[in-house]
Ligand binder design. Structure first.
Ligand SMILES: [Zn+2]
Ligand SMILES: [Zn+2]
Length: 154
């Protein structure tokens, strides 16, 4: 007897109820990546989110020079404090919106962009997309729904 949740369109798990951690619905008809309560934001290292272009600019500045990784995420805005970050001289062209997520469970990674550099560990995103640009060396094992090369993230 199959045990399928209401999110069966995008969920293959063997369970009768699907918990969406973005909106906390315990019998959800959607996966967290599709959560209608969420918005799509991006973050580099840390728990601050911004739109894609800003995340790229900040990650390039903060990176150790070997490469950058940007995570595309579905985020529940209700768990964020939103603010305006002042212009970061030499990094961003202007002020920018930022979202500080207070509950670290209320987001889900829906994609990752890698630009240049060496990735030492494994990448396990079986349902997500990895976008590679520049020259990346990946030393570990990669599991992904799709790997795209040279495509724009945003
Ligand atoms: Zn499910
Ligand atoms: Zn949800």
């Amino acid at each position: 007897m199959e045990n399928r949740c209401k999110a069966r369109a995008t969920c293959d798990d063997n369970h009768s109820k699907h918990y969406c951690r973005i909106c906390s619905n315990r019998d959800s008809d959607h996966s967290a990546r599709d959560c209608p309560s969420g918005i799509t934001l991006y973050h580099g290292p840390g728990i601050y989110f911004a739109n894609g272009k800003i995340a790229e600019q900040v990650s390039k500045y903060r990176g150790n020079g070997t490469g950058i990784a940007i995570f595309k995420c579905r985020v529940n805005e209700a768990y964020c404090i939103q603010g305006i970050h002042p212009k970061w001289i030499g990094v961003t062209a202007d002020t920018f919106d930022e979202w500080c997520l207070l509950d670290h469970r209320k987001y889900r990674i829906i994609g990752i962009a890698l630009m240049d550099g060496v990735i030492e560990g494994n990448i396990n995103l079986p349902r997500e997309e990895i976008i590679i640009s520049g020259t990346c060396e990946i030393k570990g094992k990669v599991t992904a729904r799709r790997i795209s090369v040279g495509k724009a993230l945003f």
